[in-house]
Design a protein around this ligand. Structure first.
Ligand SMILES: NC(=O)c1ccc[n+]([C@@H]2O[C@H](COP(=O)([O-])OP(=O)(O)OC[C@H]3O[C@@H](n4cnc5c(N)ncnc54)[C@H](O)[C@@H]3O)[C@@H](O)[C@H]2O)c1
Length: 404
């Protein structure tokens, strides 16, 4: 069985496509990785040729998801799907041999063979869109958040089962190397026994890459549905890392505020979520907006931290999406000494590359956890829904497993 340290070795290095690249990949990731949930058993026959992939949704986040596909001998991109003609033309430059379509139904009707879809749709389209793609007989790698409700999630899981296809809900944070180091340190005993942890997210108003207004429009609709961009969309990552680090959650308490920044534009801040894992470890996440703060970032302007307190020290990830604290991305304090990791791949964009590569390789082996499976994503959804329920009821404790 491959250890977590072996997955660490996977980061950052990848040869260009060649026979040696294939051999390299085969020897580097031979078996299941020890993680929550253990190995996934599959009924489909793993591929012994490049998988034929379609991108469905070619908007802002395509720019990062595509990194897992570039120069990757595990995949052949055969189709690009988006109703927006401009987007199709723009992305065609990356894949001149791929066919383009305005809808997935058109692609399916074309007779072009597809094995898997990389789904980068607005959240509200996830449930119907994913069920449709699974019904076409394609595997699905879906961007987080999975969907808005447990009923939608069940529909997607049922479609995967009925079609004997794999539904993966990707979360690139699970492939951010500094977070891997954090987890490894916590598990090593280097900082003693874990006594608690906290996460911090500050959304800032200045800096970062351009996000087109069209990418915000559906987020504003999401806000009206009570699934806001701070706690639900960004929060999905944080709640995922919590479960990934310390396992199932037994109780959640939350106090979710509201900051109206424009007509119909409500940000769920300040927000404080606290929870207890089944193993007794407690976590806290605080979310704020610093509207006038400039944050240097190649991507979104998120200033983020994770800090685990141990009985004899602490381990901290100083940044993730943006470049807030310009110290080593991971710092460890124990026994009166501070240690910093300066050489990790702390470019947030690399986590998309590695998540995509992991999935495309996984389709060739069927071995190990999906990071994340559809079922694990439902646990994250339950965690988020429990926070909303707690906040609506004045901060009472809510068991995510009891939500219906
Ligand atoms: N992992 C992360 O950190 C991260 C960051 C940003 C967004 N996301 C997620 O990625 C997804 C997409 O977000 P985005 O910011 O790229 O949105 P976007 O609005 O920029 O892109 C969505 C694209 O989907 C297209 N589309 C709409 N309906 C379609 C249909 N029926 N078939 C095919 N294409 C269709 C739109 O034309 C658009 O080009 C969302 O789930 C979002 O939450 C994740």
């Amino acid at each position: 069985m491959t250890s977590y340290a072996d997955l660490d070795n996977y980061f950052g290095t990848y040869p260009s496509p060649s026979l040696s690249a294939l051999i390299w990949v085969l020897i580097r990731l031979p078996g299941p990785i020890t993680l929550l949930g253990g190995p996934t058993s599959v009924t489909f026959v793993p591929y012994d040729r490049p998988v034929r992939a379609a991108f469905v949704g070619l908007g802002r986040i395509y720019d990062l998801n595509v990194r897992g596909y570039i120069d990757n001998p595990d995949v052949e991109v055969v189709a690009l799907v988006d109703p927006n003609e401009e987007r199709r033309a723009q992305r065609q430059a990356d894949w001149p041999d791929a066919a383009t379509f305005a809808s997935a139904a058109e692609l399916a009707a074309s007779g072009l063979e597809v094995d898997t879809a990389e789904v980068l749709l607005p959240i509200v389209l996830h449930a119907d869109g994913v069920a449709e793609l699974l019904d076409f007989g394609w595997h699905v790698n879906l961007q987080k958040p999975m969907c808005n409700s447990l009923a939608e999630a069940q529909r997607m899981l049922d479609a995967a089962t009925a079609n004997d296809r794999i539904l993966r809900v990707m979360d690139n944070y699970l492939f951010y190397e500094p977070l891997h180091r954090l987890k490894a340190v916590a598990e090593s005993g280097e900082i003693g026994g874990v006594v608690g942890y906290h996460m911090k997210m500050v959304g800032t108003g200045n800096g970062g890459w351009d996000v087109p207004w069209s990418s915000f429009e559906w987020q504003i609709d999401q806000m009206k549905r009570g699934r806001g961009i701070m706690v639900f969309d960004d929060g999905w990552h944080k709640l995922t890392t919590a479960i990934w680090l310390f396992g199932p959650i037994r109780e959640v308490r939350a106090w979710i505020g509201n900051l109206a920044v424009g007509p119909g534009i409500d940000l769920e801040t300040p927000a404080t979520l606290i929870w207890e894992h089944e193993n007794g470890i407690r976590g806290v996440w605080d979310v704020t907006i610093a509207m006038d703060m400039y944050l240097r970032s190649d991507y979104y302007t998120n200033d983020e931290r994770w800090e685990i307190t141990g009985s004899k020290g602490f381990a901290r990830v100083n940044r993730c999406t943006g470049r807030g604290i310009q110290q080593p991305s991971v710092e460890i304090y124990a026994d009166g000494e501070m240690r910093g990791y300066h050489a990790l791949d702390d470019d947030w964009g690399s986590s998309f590359r590695d998540s995509g590569r992991y999935w495309l390789r996984w389709l060739h082996t069927g071995d190990g956890p999906l990071l994340w499976s559809g079922q694990e994503a439902v646990d994250v959804l339950r965690f988020a829904l429990a926070a909303y329920e707690s906040s609506a009821k004045g901060g009472i404790g809510v068991d995510p497993a009891l939500l219906t």
